[in-house]
Write a protein that binds this ligand. Structure first.
Ligand code: SF4
Length: 274
C-alpha cells in the first residue's frame, strides 16, 4: 500500500450509514456539483481553506492507505457487533461516503481488501456518476450500496448537477443486475427531495417509472428512502466563504404523497427527515 487518499472527515459511531455501528469516511472530491449539497466541503478534489470556530483551517487531509486503515481499525470491536435490523443479521463496519467515494476507488481498494481480511463489512454512499471501470471495481469490492437518485431529466441534470444522466442510468442498471456468489448486491436508493430541483411532478413520475422498471425486471433495490430537504449544510457554505443555497423547504404532505407513489411501484419506501 502507498497511494494517498484525500479524506475530508471520519465520523465514528455512525448509526445511519448502513447496518450496525459504523465509521463513515468522507472522501473529498465529487463528480457532481449539486446546488443543494449539504457537504460542500467534499466537492473540490483538493484541500481548501475553511473557517471553523472562528479559526482558519484546512479542510481535507491526504492520508496513506496504511494511516487510514490504522484509524479505521481502532473501532473494530464495535463493527463486529451484530444486531438484527431491517437488513437482517448484518454486522456494523465501515462506510465510504463523500463527495463521490467511487472517484477514489483504486486508492481505497487495498484498504477495503484489508478490512475484509479482518472480517469487516464495507458499504458506500455513491451517486454513481463515474465511468464503467470504477463502477465495476466497486461492484467487485463493496458489500452494500446506498445510491442517490437525483434529477432524471437529462438537460436539467447537466445544468444543475453537471452530470450525465445516461451514465447514471447505465451504472444503476449494471449495479442492480450484478450478482456476486449468485446473489444480488444489496442496494438502497436515496431520493433527495429538494424544492425547485427534484420535487416537481415530472421528476416524481420519472423516478417512479425507473423504480417500477427495476421491480418488473426482477431486480428491485431493497428499499427507497425519500430524504426531505434540510438546511443543515448552511454553516459549511459560510465557513467556506461560499453563497448559501436558497433553501425553500418541502411540505410534509408532498413527502407523504411522493412516498405513496414510490410504494405503488412495488418497492418499499419511507420518508426520512433529519
Ligand atoms: S453528489 Fe453528493 S457530495 Fe456530490 S455535490 Fe451532490 S450532494 Fe454534494
Amino acid at each position: 500500500m502507498s497511494t494517498q487518499i484525500l479524506v475530508s472527515d471520519i465520523q465514528r459511531f455512525s448509526l445511519h450509514d448502513g447496518p450496525g455501528i459504523r465509521s463513515t469516511v468522507f472522501l473529498k472530491g465529487c463528480t457532481l456539483h449539486c446546488p443543494w449539497c449539504s457537504n460542500p466541503e467534499t466537492i473540490l478534489p483538493q484541500p481548501q481553506p475553511m473557517v471553523r470556530n472562528g479559526k482558519e483551517t484546512i479542510c481535507g487531509k491526504w492520508m496513506t492507505q496504511e494511516q487510514l486503515l490504522e484509524e479505521l481499525l481502532k473501532d473494530r470491536l464495535f463493527y463486529n457487533e451484530r444486531s438484527t435490523g431491517e437488513f437482517g443479521q448484518l454486522p456494523g463496519g465501515v462506510t465510504f461516503s463523500g463527495g463521490e467515494p467511487l472517484a477514489q476507488i483504486e486508492a481505497i481498494a487495498p484498504v477495503i481488501d484489508a478490512l475484509h481480511e479482518e472480517g469487516i463489512h464495507v458499504a458506500c454512499e455513491t451517486s454513481l456518476y463515474v465511468g464503467a471501470e470504477k463502477r465495476d471495481r466497486a461492484m467487485e469490492l463493496i458489500d452494500f450500496f446506498y445510491v442517490d437518485l437525483k434529477i432524471l431529466d437529462a438537460q436539467r441534470a447537466m445544468r444543475f448537477q453537471r452530470g450525465d444522466v445516461g451514465l447514471y442510468r447505465k451504472n444503476l442498471d449494471a449495479l442492480l443486475h450484478h450478482t456476486r456468489d449468485g446473489k444480488r448486491l444489496p442496494v438502497v436508493i436515496r431520493i433527495p427531495v429538494i424544492a425547485g430541483y427534484t420535487d416537481d411532478q415530472k421528476q416524481q413520475n420519472a423516478v417512479c417509472a425507473l423504480l417500477r422498471e427495476f421491480f418488473e425486471k426482477g431486480c428491485p433495490p431493497l428499499k427507497a428512502e425519500l430524504l426531505k430537504e434540510h438546511s443543515l449544510g448552511a454553516g459549511k457554505y459560510r465557513s467556506l466563504g461560499l453563497p448559501v443555497p436558497g433553501y425553500q423547504g418541502v411540505e410534509d404532505a408532498l413527502m407523504e404523497s411522493y412516498c405513496r407513489s414510490v410504494r405503488e411501484t412495488g418497492i418499499r419506501a419511507l420518508v426520512c427527515r433529519v
